[in-house]
Write a protein that binds this ligand. Structure first.
Ligand code: IYR
Length: 228
């Protein structure tokens, strides 16, 4: 298999793309099943200690890494943090930032938007979930001393994380999209290069037996679709 390297100086050669056409009735069945399964996805904040096969996480990352990206620059790095000591340091730093945030840095409007969810500065999942994945966005590509700008980085990495969450859910796993703010400490603790910026911290595992989630209601499709 080819190893990827950035292309600046020549067009990609066109290659045929002829996926087998799915019969419409099968498409409809798959789409409805996927819709119903994805309606069961919930953000989980309490994880069971039960081990998770690492392959499930690696396969979900593989799915995320197929996301479309600006100029096909694939501006993402997935850091799978195994070292318990590193995880402990991330938790301490994240809880320190969150304490300042919840103590007022977020501002009253933001804090009242969060109140219904009942979140607070405590982030036990950072150390307690079986896996911790930290997603970084590559703001530019570093080629020795040369820098090449990346395009649509937020959009590309956001799509990749959406695909990751979908893959995890369809594999039977639960996850939390945690965005401590500011996240600069993650680059330091994880030793990431200067072209990378933390995007999200994603604990992964099975929900704890006594896990609860807020009684949320999703918008009805009539509230999110406009047909013109
Ligand atoms: N980053 C904080 C606050 C927070 C912000 C939003 I917007 C949320 O949807 C949830 C939490 C935290 O993780 O607690």
């Amino acid at each position: 298999m080819d190893t990827w390297s950035p292309i600046h100086d020549r067009p990609y050669s066109p290659v045929p793309y002829r996926p087998e056409r799915m019969p419409v009735d099968e498409s409809l069945r798959v789409a409805a099943e996927l819709r119903d399964r994805m309606r069961e996805r919930r953000t989980v904040r309490a994880f069971a200690a039960d081990p998770v096969p690492e392959q499930l996480v690696l396969d979900a990352i593989a799915v995320a890494a197929t996301a479309p990206s600006g100029a096909h620059q694939q501006p993402w790095t997935f850091v799978l943090v195994r070292d318990p000591e590193v995880r402990a340091r991330i938790r301490v730093a994240a809880e320190e930032e969150e304490r300042v945030s919840y103590d007022g840095r977020l501002g009253e409007e933001w804090l009242s938007a969060l109140r219904p969810l009942g979140t607070d500065m405590h982030k036990p999942h950072i150390t307690d979930a079986p896996f911790l994945l930290v997603v970084f966005q590559q703001r530019f590509f570093l080629d020795g001393d040369e820098q090449h700008k990346h395009y649509y980085v937020d959009e590309s990495v956001g799509i990749a994380v959406g695909m990751l969450l979908t893959a995890l859910h369809l594999s039977g796993l639960a996850a939390l999209t945690h965005t401590p703010s500011p996240m600069r400490f993650l680059s330091e603790v994880l030793g990431r290069p200067r072209n990378e910026k933390a995007f999200a911290v994603i604990p992964i595992g099975y929900p704890a037996e006594d896990a609860v989630v807020p009684d949320l209601v999703r918008k009805d499709l009539t509230q999110v679709i406009v047909e013109v």
